[in-house]
Structures are given as structure tokens and as C-alpha cells.
Write a protein of this length. Sequence first.
Length: 97
Amino acid sequence: MTKADIVERIHQKIGFSKKESAEMVETVFSIIKNTLETGEKIKIAGFGNFVVKQKADRRGRNPQTGETITIGARRILTFKPSQVLKNAINDEAEEAA
């Protein structure tokens, strides 16, 4: 599913114009992005948690040369789905089987 698909579904379900739907989607994504950039956690009930974690420097290896290298510290984004979302996904998988 793409951003355009999300806009189309909002347009169909709620009845906003496509322009209004697109602005809403862009605004929500912008808020999420800005919040995560500051390192804050996003918790959406019934969906899950987005958390930015810090990874320390670590040793790695160049697979072509075998040379040991240092992989620099960085921040990573993790998502942990809620139990409600996990159950919904698993219930759909069981029904399809």
C-alpha cells in the first residue's frame, strides 16, 4: 500500500476531497517524522509503538576483503506491534488457511 492508496481510502471512507485527504495524510506523517527525529516515542493504542534506539559503535567485517572495520554509532527506528494488532493479523491468517 502506498501513500496515494491511503489518501484514496480516506477519500472513499470519510468523504473528504482528495486534496483534503492528502493534506491530512501528509500532516500525520510529518508529525510522526518530527516526533521521531527528536527521539520521542510514539505510542498508538491498538496499533503499536515506534521507538528510536541508540546503537553503539561495533566491530564488523568487510565480507569481500575480510578486513575488520568499525561500524559507527547510529540511531535506529523500531516498531513493536500491539497485542491487538498481532491478534488481528493472526486471526486473518487462520481464517485464510
